[in-house]
Design a protein around this ligand. Sequence first.
Ligand code: OSB
Ligand code: MG
Length: 369
Amino acid sequence: MRIEAAELRILELPLKFRFETSFGVQTKRTILLLRLFGEGLEGLGEGVMERLPLYREETVAGARYLLEEVFLPRVLGQDLPNPEALAQALSPFRGNPMAKAVLEMAFYDLFAKALGRPLWQVLGGVRREVEVGVSLGIQPSLEATLKVVEKHLQEGYRRIKLKIKPGWDYEVLKAVREAFPEATLTADANSAYRLADFARLKRLDGLGLDYLEQPLGYEDLLDHAKLQRELSTPICLDESLTSAEKARKAIELGSGRVFNVKPARLGGHGESLRVHALAQSAGIPLWMGGMLEAGVGRAHNLHLATLPGFTKPGDVSSASRYWEEDIVEEALEAKEGLMPVPEGPGIGVHLKLPFVERITLWKGYWSGS
Ligand code: OSB
Ligand code: MG
């Protein structure tokens, strides 16, 4: 597959809700969108980095620079037989998995389309729909939290994840647990605690959480292992897992018993497949994470989440929860807690170009000949 041309855009899409986490408040997304062209086909990729390095260190501006000046020039005009060859072309460059993932995932889409097969089949998926949970931001009050939890349980979401931070943790989780004793409940701290907060974290044991997501440092594996030895609640790693190499070390250290997989955090589908294989042999359950993706990123996530190791509900809720209007034609909507995987070759979704044009802040186009 020769990559003949590429178009990179920065979009701005307002969220329907205010999303508060331990690291800040989001009211819109700034989206890096890549279109790769070859053999009359188009492959799509969506970045998950934000304007500010609050979740991980990568940013929209940094990724745009790397794609424009470094990664795209490496692959434009090249005839790359498969996604592994593309990953090989990017391998001299260290780190920056989110920036690499935009290109790798767009190429996977293009590759699957050239084969005339849906991406889930190319990746080795085994199902056509994905169980979905919901990630709920920090609310202004306990009452507001109980209301929003009830609403999403009624909508059929199969797992409720509450964002927590020091001072907004035990009380809110306990109130939700008491109001909804049967709910599958988890908490995500986004690295807001340290080992010194052990007493506070230990209180969460006994609330019947399915897991506690990324309580400690965003690069940490060692302290998570220490904490996991003292908690009966499984720890789930998110921020700390940026490669299969990190996953291998997390398994060896015992840093967590559950992994959140976000292909766009891990460098793409290829690296995610390696994490999947490691987790399978270590008996670690996976679930598909989310980064408030629009339709392109969400479709990629759905395809990958059809692999057998994804045994817990993912953060791939309905597009209509997030946006008045999505960037793709297809409505990615869950019914009774299940989200169908888009059909057709590749990721199976198509850009709504006039809408994309309207929300474009910047774009660049390069051809490879
Ligand atoms: O930690 O999983 C996270 C959103 C942005 C950044 C980090 C995270 C999240 C979410 C939202 O939890 C999941 C979603 O609905 O896409
Ligand atoms: Mg998380």
